[in-house]
Design a protein around this ligand. Structure first.
Ligand code: NAP
Length: 521
Protein backbone atom coordinates (compact mmCIF):
# COMPACT_ATOMS: atom_id res chain seq x y z
CA UNK A 1 0.00 0.00 0.00
CA UNK A 2 1.13 3.54 -0.71
CA UNK A 3 3.06 5.08 2.17
CA UNK A 4 2.57 8.85 2.47
CA UNK A 5 5.86 10.49 3.33
CA UNK A 6 6.59 13.73 5.11
CA UNK A 7 8.78 16.42 3.56
CA UNK A 8 11.08 17.60 6.33
CA UNK A 9 14.51 19.19 6.32
CA UNK A 10 14.35 19.44 2.52
CA UNK A 11 13.93 15.66 2.02
CA UNK A 12 11.17 13.06 1.83
CA UNK A 13 11.13 10.93 4.99
CA UNK A 14 9.11 7.82 5.84
CA UNK A 15 9.16 8.12 9.64
CA UNK A 16 9.25 5.24 12.12
CA UNK A 17 7.73 1.77 11.92
CA UNK A 18 4.31 2.63 13.51
CA UNK A 19 1.60 2.94 10.87
CA UNK A 20 -1.94 4.41 10.60
CA UNK A 21 -4.31 3.75 7.67
CA UNK A 22 -6.18 6.30 5.59
CA UNK A 23 -9.46 4.95 4.22
CA UNK A 24 -12.27 5.83 1.86
CA UNK A 25 -15.01 6.83 4.33
CA UNK A 26 -17.78 5.64 1.97
CA UNK A 27 -16.42 2.10 1.55
CA UNK A 28 -13.82 1.79 4.35
CA UNK A 29 -11.36 0.58 1.70
CA UNK A 30 -7.75 1.39 2.77
CA UNK A 31 -6.10 4.00 0.53
CA UNK A 32 -2.69 4.70 2.06
CA UNK A 33 -0.56 4.40 5.18
CA UNK A 34 1.31 7.00 7.20
CA UNK A 35 3.97 6.71 9.87
CA UNK A 36 2.79 7.73 13.31
CA UNK A 37 6.16 9.00 14.56
CA UNK A 38 9.90 8.76 14.15
CA UNK A 39 10.63 12.18 12.61
CA UNK A 40 13.45 14.60 13.47
CA UNK A 41 11.18 17.57 14.06
CA UNK A 42 13.60 19.91 15.83
CA UNK A 43 15.96 19.58 12.86
CA UNK A 44 13.07 20.07 10.42
CA UNK A 45 12.12 23.35 12.08
CA UNK A 46 15.77 24.40 12.12
CA UNK A 47 16.11 23.77 8.38
CA UNK A 48 12.98 25.79 7.60
CA UNK A 49 14.19 28.67 9.80
CA UNK A 50 17.70 28.82 8.37
CA UNK A 51 17.05 27.91 4.71
CA UNK A 52 13.43 28.65 3.79
CA UNK A 53 13.08 31.84 5.83
CA UNK A 54 16.08 33.77 4.47
CA UNK A 55 15.20 32.77 0.88
CA UNK A 56 11.66 34.12 1.24
CA UNK A 57 12.72 37.27 3.06
CA UNK A 58 15.17 38.09 0.27
CA UNK A 59 12.18 38.46 -2.07
CA UNK A 60 9.81 41.39 -2.42
CA UNK A 61 6.06 41.04 -1.89
CA UNK A 62 5.61 41.07 -5.66
CA UNK A 63 8.10 38.22 -6.09
CA UNK A 64 6.50 36.19 -3.31
CA UNK A 65 3.16 36.87 -5.00
CA UNK A 66 4.57 35.35 -8.20
CA UNK A 67 5.51 32.17 -6.29
CA UNK A 68 1.99 31.98 -4.87
CA UNK A 69 0.56 32.48 -8.35
CA UNK A 70 2.74 29.60 -9.57
CA UNK A 71 1.24 27.42 -6.80
CA UNK A 72 -2.29 28.42 -7.84
CA UNK A 73 -1.49 27.59 -11.49
CA UNK A 74 0.03 24.26 -10.49
CA UNK A 75 -3.07 23.22 -8.54
CA UNK A 76 -5.30 24.42 -11.37
CA UNK A 77 -3.31 22.19 -13.75
CA UNK A 78 -3.73 19.21 -11.35
CA UNK A 79 -7.29 20.07 -10.35
CA UNK A 80 -8.87 16.82 -11.60
CA UNK A 81 -6.35 14.70 -9.72
CA UNK A 82 -6.94 16.68 -6.50
CA UNK A 83 -10.72 16.42 -6.93
CA UNK A 84 -10.48 12.63 -7.33
CA UNK A 85 -8.38 12.36 -4.16
CA UNK A 86 -10.90 14.49 -2.22
CA UNK A 87 -13.78 12.27 -3.39
CA UNK A 88 -11.93 9.09 -2.40
CA UNK A 89 -10.33 10.15 0.89
CA UNK A 90 -12.69 12.89 2.09
CA UNK A 91 -16.11 11.40 1.36
CA UNK A 92 -16.70 14.48 -0.78
CA UNK A 93 -19.18 14.69 -3.61
CA UNK A 94 -17.60 16.26 -6.67
CA UNK A 95 -19.30 19.53 -5.71
CA UNK A 96 -17.86 19.32 -2.17
CA UNK A 97 -14.43 18.58 -3.60
CA UNK A 98 -14.62 21.58 -5.93
CA UNK A 99 -15.61 23.78 -2.99
CA UNK A 100 -12.39 22.74 -1.24
CA UNK A 101 -9.96 22.65 -4.19
CA UNK A 102 -11.32 25.67 -6.09
CA UNK A 103 -11.47 27.59 -2.80
CA UNK A 104 -7.78 26.78 -2.33
CA UNK A 105 -6.88 28.01 -5.83
CA UNK A 106 -8.99 31.16 -5.46
CA UNK A 107 -7.41 32.04 -2.12
CA UNK A 108 -3.91 31.53 -3.50
CA UNK A 109 -4.77 33.68 -6.52
CA UNK A 110 -6.17 36.42 -4.28
CA UNK A 111 -2.97 36.56 -2.21
CA UNK A 112 -0.85 36.43 -5.37
CA UNK A 113 -2.70 39.54 -6.57
CA UNK A 114 -2.21 41.19 -3.19
CA UNK A 115 1.55 40.60 -3.46
CA UNK A 116 1.53 42.18 -6.91
CA UNK A 117 -0.36 45.20 -5.63
CA UNK A 118 2.03 45.72 -2.69
CA UNK A 119 4.86 45.58 -5.18
CA UNK A 120 8.65 45.75 -4.84
CA UNK A 121 8.78 46.16 -1.07
CA UNK A 122 10.08 43.89 1.67
CA UNK A 123 8.41 45.53 4.68
CA UNK A 124 4.99 47.12 5.18
CA UNK A 125 4.34 50.55 6.64
CA UNK A 126 1.56 50.24 9.21
CA UNK A 127 -0.41 53.46 9.12
CA UNK A 128 0.84 56.99 8.60
CA UNK A 129 4.01 58.43 10.11
CA UNK A 130 3.54 60.46 13.31
CA UNK A 131 5.21 63.74 14.32
CA UNK A 132 6.49 63.09 17.85
CA UNK A 133 8.06 66.43 18.83
CA UNK A 134 7.76 70.09 18.07
CA UNK A 135 9.90 69.66 15.01
CA UNK A 136 8.71 67.37 12.21
CA UNK A 137 12.18 65.80 12.20
CA UNK A 138 11.36 63.73 15.34
CA UNK A 139 9.18 61.12 13.83
CA UNK A 140 7.51 57.77 14.50
CA UNK A 141 6.37 55.07 12.13
CA UNK A 142 5.00 51.58 12.68
CA UNK A 143 6.41 48.90 10.41
CA UNK A 144 5.54 45.25 9.81
CA UNK A 145 8.52 42.96 9.17
CA UNK A 146 8.49 39.17 8.55
CA UNK A 147 9.09 37.02 11.62
CA UNK A 148 12.23 34.88 11.40
CA UNK A 149 10.75 31.58 12.54
CA UNK A 150 8.51 28.94 11.00
CA UNK A 151 4.76 29.19 10.42
CA UNK A 152 3.43 25.90 11.79
CA UNK A 153 0.01 25.11 10.33
CA UNK A 154 -2.13 22.42 11.95
CA UNK A 155 -5.32 21.75 10.01
CA UNK A 156 -8.67 20.04 10.52
CA UNK A 157 -9.83 17.10 8.39
CA UNK A 158 -12.67 18.85 6.59
CA UNK A 159 -10.82 21.18 4.18
CA UNK A 160 -7.48 19.56 3.34
CA UNK A 161 -6.93 21.69 0.21
CA UNK A 162 -8.36 25.03 1.29
CA UNK A 163 -6.98 24.79 4.84
CA UNK A 164 -3.48 24.09 3.55
CA UNK A 165 -3.63 26.80 0.89
CA UNK A 166 -5.27 29.65 2.81
CA UNK A 167 -2.74 29.43 5.61
CA UNK A 168 0.23 28.91 3.26
CA UNK A 169 -0.79 31.83 1.02
CA UNK A 170 -0.76 34.36 3.85
CA UNK A 171 2.40 33.06 5.53
CA UNK A 172 4.43 32.81 2.31
CA UNK A 173 3.36 36.28 1.18
CA UNK A 174 4.38 37.67 4.57
CA UNK A 175 7.79 36.01 4.12
CA UNK A 176 7.60 33.06 6.52
CA UNK A 177 8.38 29.41 5.65
CA UNK A 178 5.56 26.95 6.29
CA UNK A 179 5.43 23.57 7.97
CA UNK A 180 1.98 22.18 7.22
CA UNK A 181 0.44 19.36 9.22
CA UNK A 182 -2.86 18.17 7.74
CA UNK A 183 -5.30 16.05 9.75
CA UNK A 184 -4.28 12.43 9.33
CA UNK A 185 -7.62 10.96 8.22
CA UNK A 186 -7.91 13.09 5.04
CA UNK A 187 -4.23 13.85 4.39
CA UNK A 188 -4.03 12.56 0.79
CA UNK A 189 -5.05 15.87 -0.83
CA UNK A 190 -2.75 18.10 1.25
CA UNK A 191 0.15 15.67 0.88
CA UNK A 192 -0.24 15.69 -2.91
CA UNK A 193 -0.34 19.49 -2.92
CA UNK A 194 3.00 19.71 -1.12
CA UNK A 195 4.42 16.90 -3.26
CA UNK A 196 3.49 18.79 -6.44
CA UNK A 197 5.06 22.01 -5.16
CA UNK A 198 8.28 20.17 -4.27
CA UNK A 199 8.38 18.17 -7.54
CA UNK A 200 8.01 21.32 -9.63
CA UNK A 201 10.37 23.30 -7.37
CA UNK A 202 7.90 26.16 -7.19
CA UNK A 203 9.23 27.44 -3.86
CA UNK A 204 12.72 27.84 -2.39
CA UNK A 205 14.09 24.87 -0.39
CA UNK A 206 12.74 24.85 3.17
CA UNK A 207 9.77 27.10 2.36
CA UNK A 208 7.05 24.40 2.37
CA UNK A 209 7.45 21.38 4.66
CA UNK A 210 4.90 18.66 5.31
CA UNK A 211 4.30 16.50 8.35
CA UNK A 212 1.80 13.65 7.91
CA UNK A 213 0.68 11.09 10.46
CA UNK A 214 0.60 12.97 13.75
CA UNK A 215 2.01 16.03 15.42
CA UNK A 216 4.67 14.11 17.37
CA UNK A 217 6.83 16.37 19.54
CA UNK A 218 6.75 19.20 16.97
CA UNK A 219 5.37 21.80 19.36
CA UNK A 220 8.02 21.05 22.00
CA UNK A 221 10.55 22.68 19.65
CA UNK A 222 8.84 25.99 18.90
CA UNK A 223 10.79 29.16 19.47
CA UNK A 224 9.92 32.82 20.02
CA UNK A 225 9.97 33.73 16.32
CA UNK A 226 7.69 30.82 15.31
CA UNK A 227 3.93 31.09 14.99
CA UNK A 228 1.29 28.37 15.20
CA UNK A 229 -1.99 28.56 13.31
CA UNK A 230 -4.36 25.81 14.41
CA UNK A 231 -7.74 24.77 13.03
CA UNK A 232 -9.63 22.03 14.81
CA UNK A 233 -11.53 21.28 17.97
CA UNK A 234 -11.55 23.43 21.09
CA UNK A 235 -10.25 20.46 23.09
CA UNK A 236 -7.08 20.20 21.00
CA UNK A 237 -6.68 23.98 21.01
CA UNK A 238 -6.74 24.00 24.79
CA UNK A 239 -3.95 21.44 24.92
CA UNK A 240 -1.81 23.55 22.58
CA UNK A 241 -2.42 26.80 24.48
CA UNK A 242 -0.90 25.43 27.69
CA UNK A 243 2.14 23.63 26.30
CA UNK A 244 5.20 24.81 28.26
CA UNK A 245 7.10 25.54 25.02
CA UNK A 246 4.26 27.76 23.80
CA UNK A 247 3.92 29.58 27.10
CA UNK A 248 7.65 29.89 27.80
CA UNK A 249 8.43 31.36 24.37
CA UNK A 250 5.24 33.47 24.10
CA UNK A 251 4.59 31.76 20.78
CA UNK A 252 1.96 33.52 18.74
CA UNK A 253 -1.04 31.21 18.34
CA UNK A 254 -4.10 31.58 16.15
CA UNK A 255 -7.00 29.26 16.90
CA UNK A 256 -9.94 28.54 14.60
CA UNK A 257 -12.23 26.21 16.52
CA UNK A 258 -15.88 25.26 17.00
CA UNK A 259 -18.87 27.43 16.23
CA UNK A 260 -22.64 27.25 16.68
CA UNK A 261 -23.44 29.46 13.70
CA UNK A 262 -26.99 30.75 13.58
CA UNK A 263 -29.25 32.03 10.79
CA UNK A 264 -31.96 34.44 11.94
CA UNK A 265 -35.09 34.85 9.83
CA UNK A 266 -36.54 38.35 10.14
CA UNK A 267 -40.19 38.84 11.14
CA UNK A 268 -40.95 40.80 7.96
CA UNK A 269 -40.44 37.91 5.56
CA UNK A 270 -43.36 36.24 3.92
CA UNK A 271 -42.72 32.53 3.21
CA UNK A 272 -43.38 33.22 -0.46
CA UNK A 273 -40.75 35.96 -0.62
CA UNK A 274 -37.44 35.57 -2.43
CA UNK A 275 -35.44 36.27 0.74
CA UNK A 276 -37.27 33.50 2.63
CA UNK A 277 -36.43 31.21 -0.31
CA UNK A 278 -32.77 32.23 -0.01
CA UNK A 279 -32.83 31.39 3.72
CA UNK A 280 -34.15 27.87 3.01
CA UNK A 281 -31.63 27.36 0.21
CA UNK A 282 -28.68 28.51 2.33
CA UNK A 283 -29.74 26.30 5.27
CA UNK A 284 -30.13 23.19 3.11
CA UNK A 285 -26.78 23.85 1.42
CA UNK A 286 -25.02 24.23 4.76
CA UNK A 287 -26.64 21.11 6.24
CA UNK A 288 -25.68 18.88 3.31
CA UNK A 289 -22.52 20.34 1.71
CA UNK A 290 -19.56 18.27 2.96
CA UNK A 291 -22.16 16.42 5.06
CA UNK A 292 -22.36 19.45 7.32
CA UNK A 293 -18.65 19.24 8.18
CA UNK A 294 -18.00 22.94 7.69
CA UNK A 295 -16.92 25.12 10.57
CA UNK A 296 -19.16 27.85 9.14
CA UNK A 297 -22.27 25.69 8.61
CA UNK A 298 -25.57 26.97 10.01
CA UNK A 299 -26.46 24.95 13.12
CA UNK A 300 -29.27 27.02 14.74
CA UNK A 301 -32.26 28.25 12.74
CA UNK A 302 -33.91 31.16 14.54
CA UNK A 303 -37.38 31.67 13.12
CA UNK A 304 -40.32 33.82 14.27
CA UNK A 305 -42.60 31.42 16.20
CA UNK A 306 -45.55 31.95 13.85
CA UNK A 307 -43.45 30.70 10.91
CA UNK A 308 -41.69 27.78 12.62
CA UNK A 309 -44.07 25.07 11.35
CA UNK A 310 -43.85 26.35 7.80
CA UNK A 311 -40.05 26.50 7.88
CA UNK A 312 -39.81 22.98 9.34
CA UNK A 313 -42.07 21.60 6.60
CA UNK A 314 -40.22 23.44 3.83
CA UNK A 315 -36.87 22.12 5.08
CA UNK A 316 -38.13 18.56 5.43
CA UNK A 317 -39.43 18.65 1.87
CA UNK A 318 -35.96 19.69 0.61
CA UNK A 319 -34.01 17.31 2.86
CA UNK A 320 -36.13 14.34 1.75
CA UNK A 321 -34.79 14.86 -1.77
CA UNK A 322 -31.13 14.56 -0.74
CA UNK A 323 -29.60 11.25 -1.86
CA UNK A 324 -27.00 10.03 0.61
CA UNK A 325 -24.32 7.56 -0.41
CA UNK A 326 -20.95 6.87 -1.97
CA UNK A 327 -20.01 10.18 -3.61
CA UNK A 328 -18.28 8.33 -6.44
CA UNK A 329 -21.79 7.37 -7.66
CA UNK A 330 -23.82 9.63 -9.94
CA UNK A 331 -26.79 11.26 -8.29
CA UNK A 332 -25.40 11.15 -4.74
CA UNK A 333 -25.79 14.59 -3.18
CA UNK A 334 -24.32 13.94 0.25
CA UNK A 335 -21.43 11.69 1.23
CA UNK A 336 -20.35 10.14 4.52
CA UNK A 337 -18.64 11.73 7.51
CA UNK A 338 -14.85 11.61 7.50
CA UNK A 339 -14.22 8.89 10.08
CA UNK A 340 -16.00 6.34 12.26
CA UNK A 341 -15.16 8.52 15.29
CA UNK A 342 -16.84 11.55 13.66
CA UNK A 343 -19.93 9.47 12.83
CA UNK A 344 -20.18 8.27 16.43
CA UNK A 345 -19.65 11.77 17.80
CA UNK A 346 -22.33 13.20 15.47
CA UNK A 347 -24.82 10.50 16.49
CA UNK A 348 -24.17 11.20 20.17
CA UNK A 349 -24.55 14.93 19.52
CA UNK A 350 -27.88 14.45 17.73
CA UNK A 351 -29.17 12.43 20.69
CA UNK A 352 -28.11 15.26 22.97
CA UNK A 353 -29.81 18.00 20.91
CA UNK A 354 -32.98 15.92 20.50
CA UNK A 355 -33.31 15.80 24.29
CA UNK A 356 -33.73 19.62 24.21
CA UNK A 357 -36.73 19.23 21.89
CA UNK A 358 -37.62 16.58 19.32
CA UNK A 359 -36.22 15.00 16.20
CA UNK A 360 -38.45 15.98 13.27
CA UNK A 361 -36.44 14.55 10.37
CA UNK A 362 -33.71 11.92 9.98
CA UNK A 363 -32.80 8.57 11.45
CA UNK A 364 -29.58 6.64 12.07
CA UNK A 365 -30.73 3.99 9.57
CA UNK A 366 -29.27 5.45 6.38
CA UNK A 367 -29.72 3.69 3.07
CA UNK A 368 -26.44 4.72 1.46
CA UNK A 369 -26.54 4.47 -2.32
CA UNK A 370 -23.53 2.74 -3.87
CA UNK A 371 -21.82 1.83 -0.58
CA UNK A 372 -21.12 -1.80 0.36
CA UNK A 373 -23.63 -3.15 2.91
CA UNK A 374 -22.83 -2.06 6.46
CA UNK A 375 -19.83 -0.02 5.33
CA UNK A 376 -19.20 3.75 5.37
CA UNK A 377 -19.58 6.42 8.02
CA UNK A 378 -22.99 7.73 7.01
CA UNK A 379 -25.41 9.98 8.88
CA UNK A 380 -28.39 11.40 6.98
CA UNK A 381 -29.62 15.01 7.14
CA UNK A 382 -31.21 15.56 10.52
CA UNK A 383 -33.60 18.28 11.74
CA UNK A 384 -34.46 18.96 15.37
CA UNK A 385 -37.02 21.40 16.71
CA UNK A 386 -37.37 23.02 20.15
CA UNK A 387 -40.38 24.73 21.74
CA UNK A 388 -40.52 28.56 21.83
CA UNK A 389 -38.75 29.76 24.98
CA UNK A 390 -37.13 26.35 25.65
CA UNK A 391 -33.83 26.60 27.54
CA UNK A 392 -32.20 24.12 25.11
CA UNK A 393 -28.71 24.11 26.69
CA UNK A 394 -27.25 21.59 24.23
CA UNK A 395 -28.64 23.36 21.16
CA UNK A 396 -26.88 26.56 22.29
CA UNK A 397 -23.83 24.84 23.77
CA UNK A 398 -22.85 21.77 21.76
CA UNK A 399 -21.53 21.74 18.21
CA UNK A 400 -22.62 18.71 16.17
CA UNK A 401 -20.09 18.60 13.32
CA UNK A 402 -22.36 16.96 10.77
CA UNK A 403 -25.59 17.32 8.75
CA UNK A 404 -27.80 18.45 11.63
CA UNK A 405 -29.56 21.72 12.51
CA UNK A 406 -32.18 22.83 15.02
CA UNK A 407 -35.25 25.05 14.51
CA UNK A 408 -35.37 27.56 17.38
CA UNK A 409 -38.57 29.68 17.43
CA UNK A 410 -38.28 33.23 18.81
CA UNK A 411 -40.54 36.30 19.16
CA UNK A 412 -39.30 38.19 16.08
CA UNK A 413 -37.59 40.88 18.19
CA UNK A 414 -34.02 41.59 17.03
CA UNK A 415 -32.73 41.93 20.60
CA UNK A 416 -34.12 38.53 21.58
CA UNK A 417 -32.60 36.90 18.50
CA UNK A 418 -29.20 38.42 19.25
CA UNK A 419 -29.35 37.27 22.89
CA UNK A 420 -30.21 33.70 21.83
CA UNK A 421 -27.41 33.62 19.28
CA UNK A 422 -24.94 34.96 21.85
CA UNK A 423 -25.63 31.89 24.00
CA UNK A 424 -23.39 30.05 21.50
CA UNK A 425 -20.47 31.71 23.27
CA UNK A 426 -18.88 33.35 20.24
CA UNK A 427 -18.95 32.16 16.64
CA UNK A 428 -17.39 32.37 13.20
CA UNK A 429 -20.41 33.64 11.28
CA UNK A 430 -24.09 34.20 11.85
CA UNK A 431 -26.63 35.60 9.45
CA UNK A 432 -29.76 37.72 9.37
CA UNK A 433 -32.30 37.44 6.54
CA UNK A 434 -34.64 40.40 6.24
CA UNK A 435 -35.56 43.35 4.02
CA UNK A 436 -36.33 45.61 7.02
CA UNK A 437 -33.23 47.81 7.23
CA UNK A 438 -33.92 49.12 10.75
CA UNK A 439 -34.47 45.58 12.07
CA UNK A 440 -31.31 44.34 10.31
CA UNK A 441 -29.29 47.20 11.84
CA UNK A 442 -30.43 46.33 15.35
CA UNK A 443 -29.82 42.59 14.85
CA UNK A 444 -26.35 43.16 13.34
CA UNK A 445 -25.27 45.37 16.24
CA UNK A 446 -26.44 42.68 18.67
CA UNK A 447 -24.59 39.89 16.82
CA UNK A 448 -21.39 41.74 15.87
CA UNK A 449 -19.52 41.55 19.22
CA UNK A 450 -19.90 37.76 19.22
CA UNK A 451 -18.75 37.03 15.68
CA UNK A 452 -15.93 37.37 13.20
CA UNK A 453 -18.41 37.81 10.36
CA UNK A 454 -22.10 38.66 10.00
CA UNK A 455 -23.90 37.79 6.75
CA UNK A 456 -26.83 39.95 5.63
CA UNK A 457 -29.10 37.69 3.57
CA UNK A 458 -31.38 39.47 1.13
CA UNK A 459 -32.96 39.02 -2.27
CA UNK A 460 -30.76 41.94 -3.37
CA UNK A 461 -27.60 39.78 -3.17
CA UNK A 462 -29.16 36.36 -3.78
CA UNK A 463 -27.66 35.85 -7.22
CA UNK A 464 -24.13 36.94 -6.36
CA UNK A 465 -23.77 35.43 -2.89
CA UNK A 466 -22.36 31.97 -2.11
CA UNK A 467 -24.10 32.12 1.30
CA UNK A 468 -22.72 32.49 4.83
CA UNK A 469 -20.90 29.13 4.76
CA UNK A 470 -18.29 30.25 2.23
CA UNK A 471 -15.16 31.90 3.59
CA UNK A 472 -13.90 34.61 1.25
CA UNK A 473 -10.20 35.55 1.35
CA UNK A 474 -11.03 39.26 1.26
CA UNK A 475 -12.90 39.05 4.60
CA UNK A 476 -11.67 37.92 7.99
CA UNK A 477 -12.36 34.38 9.12
CA UNK A 478 -12.37 33.63 12.83
CA UNK A 479 -14.35 34.57 15.87
CA UNK A 480 -14.27 35.18 19.61
CA UNK A 481 -14.86 32.77 22.49
CA UNK A 482 -15.88 29.25 21.48
CA UNK A 483 -14.67 29.95 17.91
CA UNK A 484 -11.11 30.16 19.26
CA UNK A 485 -10.50 33.90 19.40
CA UNK A 486 -8.55 33.83 16.15
CA UNK A 487 -8.57 35.72 12.88
CA UNK A 488 -7.30 34.61 9.47
CA UNK A 489 -7.45 36.06 5.94
CA UNK A 490 -9.16 39.44 5.51
CA UNK A 491 -6.86 40.39 2.61
CA UNK A 492 -3.80 42.27 3.94
CA UNK A 493 -4.98 41.80 7.55
CA UNK A 494 -4.03 38.12 7.30
CA UNK A 495 -0.35 39.04 6.86
CA UNK A 496 -0.08 40.66 10.29
CA UNK A 497 -0.08 37.35 12.18
CA UNK A 498 3.15 36.40 10.41
CA UNK A 499 4.85 39.78 10.84
CA UNK A 500 6.29 41.67 13.78
CA UNK A 501 4.93 45.16 14.31
CA UNK A 502 7.76 47.45 15.31
CA UNK A 503 7.58 51.14 16.12
CA UNK A 504 10.52 53.15 14.75
CA UNK A 505 11.31 56.38 16.55
CA UNK A 506 13.94 58.80 15.23
CA UNK A 507 14.77 61.14 12.40
CA UNK A 508 12.05 61.33 9.77
CA UNK A 509 14.16 61.05 6.59
CA UNK A 510 16.03 58.03 7.95
CA UNK A 511 12.84 56.28 9.01
CA UNK A 512 11.12 57.01 5.73
CA UNK A 513 14.04 55.60 3.82
CA UNK A 514 14.08 52.40 5.93
CA UNK A 515 10.34 52.05 5.57
CA UNK A 516 10.68 52.35 1.81
CA UNK A 517 8.53 55.48 1.76
CA UNK A 518 11.26 57.44 0.02
CA UNK A 519 14.57 56.60 -1.61
CA UNK A 520 16.44 59.80 -0.74
CA UNK A 521 18.46 60.22 2.47
P1 NAP B 1 -8.94 17.94 15.96
O1 NAP B 1 -9.15 16.53 16.36
O2 NAP B 1 -8.74 18.96 17.00
O3 NAP B 1 -7.70 17.89 14.96
C1 NAP B 1 -7.24 19.04 14.32
C2 NAP B 1 -5.77 18.90 14.00
O4 NAP B 1 -5.02 18.88 15.23
C3 NAP B 1 -5.39 17.63 13.27
O5 NAP B 1 -4.39 17.93 12.33
C4 NAP B 1 -4.85 16.74 14.38
O6 NAP B 1 -3.95 15.77 13.93
C5 NAP B 1 -4.14 17.76 15.23
N1 NAP B 1 -3.92 17.35 16.60
C6 NAP B 1 -4.53 16.36 17.29
N2 NAP B 1 -4.04 16.32 18.55
C7 NAP B 1 -3.12 17.31 18.64
C8 NAP B 1 -2.29 17.78 19.69
N3 NAP B 1 -2.32 17.24 20.91
N4 NAP B 1 -1.46 18.81 19.45
C9 NAP B 1 -1.45 19.41 18.24
N5 NAP B 1 -2.21 19.00 17.21
C10 NAP B 1 -3.05 17.97 17.41
O7 NAP B 1 -10.12 18.47 15.06
P2 NAP B 1 -10.78 17.76 13.81
O8 NAP B 1 -11.59 16.62 14.33
O9 NAP B 1 -9.78 17.50 12.73
O10 NAP B 1 -11.72 18.92 13.25
C11 NAP B 1 -13.04 19.11 13.67
C12 NAP B 1 -13.18 20.36 14.49
O11 NAP B 1 -12.52 21.44 13.86
C13 NAP B 1 -14.61 20.80 14.64
O12 NAP B 1 -14.87 21.04 15.98
C14 NAP B 1 -14.70 22.09 13.84
O13 NAP B 1 -15.59 23.03 14.37
C15 NAP B 1 -13.33 22.60 13.87
N6 NAP B 1 -13.05 23.37 12.66
C16 NAP B 1 -12.91 24.72 12.76
C17 NAP B 1 -12.62 25.47 11.64
C18 NAP B 1 -12.44 26.96 11.71
O14 NAP B 1 -11.97 27.54 10.74
N7 NAP B 1 -12.78 27.60 12.79
C19 NAP B 1 -12.47 24.84 10.40
C20 NAP B 1 -12.62 23.48 10.35
C21 NAP B 1 -12.91 22.75 11.49
P3 NAP B 1 -4.38 14.25 13.66
O15 NAP B 1 -5.42 14.29 12.60
O16 NAP B 1 -3.12 13.63 13.21
O17 NAP B 1 -4.90 13.72 14.95
Amino acid sequence: MKLLRSHLGGAWVEGGPGRAKLVNPATEEPLAEVATGGWELAAALGFARTTGGPALRALTFAQRGELIKALADLYQAHREELLDLAVANGGNTRGDAKFDVDGAIFTLSTYAELGKSIGARTVLADGEGIQLGRSPRFHGQHLLVPRQGVAIHINAFNFPAWGTAEKAATALLAGMPVLSKPATSSALVAARMVELAVEKQVLPAGAFSLLVGGVGDLLDHVGPQDVVAFTGSSDTAQKIRVLPSMVHNSVRLNVEADSLNAAVLGPDLDPDSETYGLYVKDVVRDMTQKAGQKCTAIRRLLVPADKADRLRDDLIERLQAVTVGNPAHDGVRMGPLATAAQRDSVREGIDLLARDGRLVFGSFEVKAVGAPDGKGFFVGPTLIEVEPGADAPSVHGHEVFGPAATVVPYSGRAAEAAALVARGGGGLVSSVYSEDVAWVGEAVMGLAPYHGRVFLGSAKIAEASPGPGTVLPQLVHGGPGRAGGGEELGGPRGLEFYMQRVALEGSRPVIERIAGLTTTS
